[in-house]
Design a protein around this ligand. Structure first.
Ligand code: GDP
Ligand code: MG
Length: 496
């Protein structure tokens, strides 16, 4: 998401950078480029025109033309306007006392309601709230079953102290469409159960249709009247661009939603929905869905998204993810070991796995400043990382602790055990030894020397290591890699 947009806006901004002075017409030219980029990203036309004019006015007001660094200044202007385009956001779901707080999800078919129910259940569970999820989509028994499977998965696998329960009445599907108020009945019984079970939250998974229609709206309104939900969230599929925004407008007009969950934010869509939906509907995006699993839900932060679009990276989100995967203590321990030059292959394996748990490499690297554009057609070879992991796994604990003892015969055994080539094993060993030596040298230096060495190290490794990972200086596969072709080497470098 946003890769192309980010690239085009970046080039428009660069056209202003490095010039001593710029004129109003330079600003307008750059904004014309931005305008094209936004339209290509499927942002609503009216939104685009207003946005660009606002940026020009701000630029003139801030006297960007007289600034010593007009490019920088203009990036600031665009950044602030992007933030106000998507915000402000109240990411809060206010809980009522006594519970249960009723949260109703609505949206078109396939937008991601059922998936989002699971994500919200996990989100509440983590925060110590007990949550019941009710299947109010009675169009097909399979829809009830799907939700049940999702919720049982959350109850089993999601971390946190809250209880998670499911309420479903699949036999009612036969009555759906023949009698009115079938879904309302299910919701009311779920509410009674949630009350009796002292649940803090009741989430309703409602029916969708392929298009907004009156029958669906009447059904949703009847649930709204009967249950009076404290919060109505509209799930919108980011991949459907302007269609998503138009259907969101129709939903909001009838349902007066409190906020939007923009699903499939992890997709390669152009990003138009994220930028238009607030202005067009008046409802802010509260959450984004970043994957199919129940843990792939993030609070929406306009300033981070704006930063990402402008190529400033989204380091904050990355650090947040890293934090949820590695405990502070673990990260500190790793950093300390590195500082003392005691970082082993076993530690390396641990860190690598923590990083991988954060998500696909490509997605993670895309969040690093300046990497988004580079990654456009980079083919991130997760298999190579698999191979590296396999090699380390085939080592004995002693070998992982002291890479120095891995001689030729041990290398042969490891290669056979992991299915890797002998060359790959010896290269990994050599490179890890080199990295260790560097870290050891650094541990002997004073603060100043250390800083210098760190700079050297980060210069050699473009991504500068993973933030929040205890200063881990990226993967140690530098210079030569497991495969020898220059192209593969280039890919490998991008990987960091
Ligand atoms: P519903 O018809 O609105 O209940 O939609 P579902 O929850 O069944 O989701 C439809 C499809 O979208 C499923 O295949 C989900 O796995 C997928 N999906 C939902 N949210 C996301 C998301 O944030 N990212 C990705 N990649 N897929 C999602
Ligand atoms: Mg569903």
């Amino acid at each position: 998401m946003f890769e192309r947009l980010s690239e085009s806006i970046g080039s428009a901004m660069r056209s202003l950078t490095g010039r001593g002075r710029i004129s109003e017409s330079n600003v307008r030219e750059a904004m014309a480029e931005v305008r094209t980029a936004l339209l290509e990203a499927d942002v609503n036309l009216e939104v685009v025109d207003r946005f660009c004019e606002d940026c020009v006015q701000d630029a003139l007001g801030r006297e960007v033309t007289k600034s010593l660094e007009p490019g920088q200044e203009m990036v600031g202007v665009v950044h602030d306007r992007l933030v106000s385009l998507m915000g402000p956001v109240d990411r809060h779901i206010a809980l009522v006392e006594p519970g249960p707080t009723v949260v109703m999800l609505c949206g078109l078919q396939g937008s991601g309601k059922t998936t989002t129910c699971g994500k919200l259940a996990a989100w509440f569970k983590k925060r110590g709230q007990s949550v019941m999820v009710a299947a109010a989509d009675l169009q097909r028994p399979a829809a009830v079953e799907q939700l049940q499977t999702v919720i049982e998965g959350v109850a089993r696998e999601a971390t946190g102290p809250g209880r998670v329960a499911f309420h479903g009445e699949p036999d009612k599907c036969a009555e759906y469409g023949k009698a009115v108020g079938v879904a309302v009945g299910v919701c009311q019984r779920a509410l009674a159960q949630a009350r009796a079970g002292k649940f803090d939250v009741l989430v309703l998974d409602t029916a969708g249709r392929l298009h907004v229609n009156d029958e669906l709206m009447r059904e949703l309104e009847s649930i709204d009247r009967a249950l009076e939900p404290h919060s109505i969230l509209l799930v919108v599929d980011a991949m459907t661009g302007q269609d998503a925004v138009q259907s969101a407008r129709a939903f909001h007009a009838r349902m007066n939603v409190d906020g939007i969950v923009l699903s499939k934010f992890d997709s390669d869509s152009r990003g138009g929905a994220a930028l238009s939906v607030k202005t067009v509907t008046g409802a802010p995006i509260k959450f984004v869905g970043t994957g199919e699993r129940f843990d792939a839900l993030e609070e929406f932060h306009p300033e981070r998204v704006a930063g990402r679009i402008l190529g400033m990276g989204d380091v904050v989100s990355l650090v947040e993810r890293a934090k949820s995967e590695v405990s502070e203590a673990e990260a500190e321990e790793a950093a300390e070991k590195m500082a003392k030059g005691q970082f082993t292959l076993q530690d390396f394996l641990k860190q690598m796995r923590a990083i991988r748990r954060m998500g696909p490499m490509k997605q993670i690297l895309g969040m690093l400043p300046g990497m988004g554009g580079m990654l456009k057609d980079a083919d991130i070879d997760e298999k190579q990382i698999d191979r590296m992991e396999a090699i380390i796994l085939s080592m004995t604990p002693k070998e992982r602790d002291r890479v120095g003892i891995i001689d030729r015969s041990r290398q042969k055994r490891i290669a056979a055990g992991s299915g890797a080539k002998l060359d790959d094993v010896s290269r990994l060993v050599k490179q890890f030894e080199m990295m260790q030596r560097m870290m050891q040298q650094m541990s002997g230096m004073g603060a100043l020397g250390k800083m210098k060495a760190m700079k050297e190290l980060s210069r050699a490794m473009p991504a500068g290591g993973m933030p929040g990972m205890g200063g881990m200086p990226g993967f140690p596969m530098r210079g030569s890699t497991m495969t020898e072709s220059p192209k593969a080497r280039f890919k490998q470098r991008k990987k960091r």
